[in-house]
Design a protein around this ligand. Structure first.
Ligand SMILES: Nc1ncnc2c1ncn2[C@@H]1O[C@H](COP(=O)(O)OP(=O)(O)OP(=O)(O)O)[C@@H](O)[C@H]1O
Ligand SMILES: [Mg+2]
Length: 506
């Protein structure tokens, strides 16, 4: 007994229409990194929300330091030294970095916040993470990866002894991930217990001691990481074997469908490329290479300064996403919470909104039957886990929310579909579903633009790979010639050149 800092046994938790947890156990030791694994909607976040007092369990036993917990709340959890880094960013974008880190714990002197001491303290926490961020910056101005690091800094600042990390790396750059792992090792050496949730199974070997697997709200197993293997973990998670990780289909490309010429927009400099019917172009590059900026410009979300876009040979003027959608260019954006979804609305409303033109009749009335049909199709195609089509999107698991961002466009007729990091936070089996959808689009003769930071999936799914660095295209590689090394050398080329030649201009 005494070995465990947290013991959760026979835990049950239901939401209307969903049994999120059913007889689940989870035991955590001090000084260990314990991965909690399972497919989207398996119940991982729900279990962790019980552990930090956000949800109340319906039944089961729960003890911390061997003492049974009866009533629990986030305040009690904090007092016991439990902190959580949430899966969905929880930052207030209109507050500064320092204010976010110390939110709800701000020290008041005569009722006023002492900004200077707040900023100084934030600086120390950021320094520990080797983060070069000014604590007075508004959080909304930071890119997602930096916001995620601030979220991590916030949890670390509480000096918790039980730290829950719900998919902390899904939006981080390689270097930030390295820093995070360094910190995790330090915390572990200090005897802290860490719960680590991630869909990136390859990274587990870096830090994880034990794993617990959930499937469909039920407990499957707990193992020492060294006593198992990734294929075994996947089969525990999914309940079956996944044969092909990257199910590519071969298809002869058709006519040229999209032509981008000398596009200039913000950091994007002089970008030209062609996309053909039934072709998947993978855009690779390091975080900040300008890939998201490029696709945002093509989709009309950012202003195009100069350059031309031709669709099936005709020049198109795209000044807003509406213009893009009208000509048949759709986009599943990177930041799903801010741009991809109305989380307060239901699944049906989200799908309906994206497809208003197809479900409205001539006088603008929504054809309900069509809307329902489209929604069911998206749920079926992507295996979205939900009790009904009227579930509010905010109540879905993180991965299932992402499936809706992608799914709402897939049910409409498009010519070009842009995916910006579509598999972030999505489990192994669901990834394959998204790849299959890309293949389906490809077979229908649609052109696909696929931005991803995961090289294996870029290599696995693209017909052509375009590499960007510092806002420019630095390489275009046919699938058969592409390797990780070649892509990486192009991805860093501009930077290397700059250093070698002392070339500082843009
Ligand atoms: N507040 C809520 N109201 C209704 N249903 C909910 C709520 N929170 C979670 N659920 C449901 O409970 C189930 C478990 O969700 P949970 O978020 O715990 O999954 P998860 O394992 O964290 O998945 P992911 O990997 O996608 O983040 C899902 O079916 C989800 O839709
Ligand atoms: Mg989750």
């Amino acid at each position: 007994m005494g070995d465990y800092i947290v013991e959760l046994d026979h835990i049950g938790k239901s939401f209307p229409g969903v049994k999120a947890l059913d007889d689940v156990q989870f035991h955590l030791k001090p000084g260990e990194v314990h991965a909690l694994l399972g497919e989207n909607g398996a119940g991982k976040s729900t279990l962790m929300k019980i552990l930090c007092g956000i949800y109340e369990r319906d039944c089961g036993e729960f003890s911390v330091d061997g003492k049974e917990i009866h009533s629990f709340s986030p305040k009690i959890a904090q007092a016991l030294g439990i902190a959580i880094i949430h899966q969905e960013l929880n930052m207030c974008s209109h507050l500064t970095v320092a204010e976010n880190i110390f939110l709800a714990r701000e020290e008041l002197s005569f009722g006023l916040i002492n900004q200077k001491s707040l900023n100084d303290k934030a600086k120390q926490v950021l320094h520990k993470l080797k983060l070069n961020i000014d604590p007075t910056t508004m959080v909304g101005k930071l890119p997602i990866s930096k916001q995620q690091m601030v979220e991590i800094a916030k949890a670390l600042s509480t000096n918790a002894r039980i730290l829950i990390m719900d998919e902390p790396t899904s939006a981080l750059t390689e270097n930030e991930i390295k820093e995070l792992f360094r910190i995790i090792r330090e915390l572990k050496a200090e005897g802290k217990a860490i719960v680590y949730i991630s869909h990136r199974l390859e990274e587990l070997k870096e830090i994880v001691d034990r794993i617990t697997i959930l499937r469909d709200g039920k407990y499957v197993t707990t193992r020492n990481f060294t006593d198992t293997s990734i294929p075994e973990i996947i089969s525990f998670m999914v309940g079956r074997e996944i044969k092909e990780k990257y199910p590519r289909v071969e298809r002869k490309r058709g006519n040229k469908i999209l032509e981008v010429k000398h596009l200039q927009a913000g950091m994007v400099k002089d970008v030209s490329f062609d996309l053909y019917e039934g072709e998947i172009i993978g855009f690779a590059g390091l975080m900040g290479a300008g890939r998201t900026e490029l696709v945002r410009a093509i989709f009309g979300a950012d202003r195009i300064e100069s350059g031309d876009i031709f669709l099936e040979g005709t020049k198109v003027v795209i000044k807003s996403p509406m213009d893009a959608i009208r000509v048949g260019i759709v986009c599943a954006p990177e930041d799903r919470k801010k741009e991809g979804l109305c989380t307060e609305l239901t699944i049906r409303e989200n799908i309906g909104l994206a497809n208003l033109d197809t479900i409205c009749n001539r006088v603008g009335l929504i054809h309900e039957k069509k809307e329902i049909e489209l929604t069911h199709r998206a749920i079926q195609d992507l295996k979205i886990k939900t009790p009904s089509i009227t579930q509010e999107v905010k109540n879905l698991s993180g991965g299932n929310q992402q499936k809706i961002v992608v799914g709402k466009w897939l049910v409409r007729k498009a010519r070009v579909v842009i995916f910006d990091e579509p598999t972030r936070g999505i489990d192994v089996a669901a990834k394959v579903e998204i790849y299959n959808l890309m293949n389906q689009l490809k077979e229908e003769g649609i052109g696909v633009i696929f931005v991803s930071s995961e090289l294996p999936e870029i290599l696995g799914m693209s017909d052509k790979i375009i590499v960007m660095c510092d806002g420019r295209i630095t390489g275009e590689i046919a699938r058969r010639d592409a390797t990780q090394d070649i892509i990486l050398s192009y991805a860093t080329q501009y930077r290397v050149k700059k250093e070698v030649n002392g070339y500082g201009g843009k």
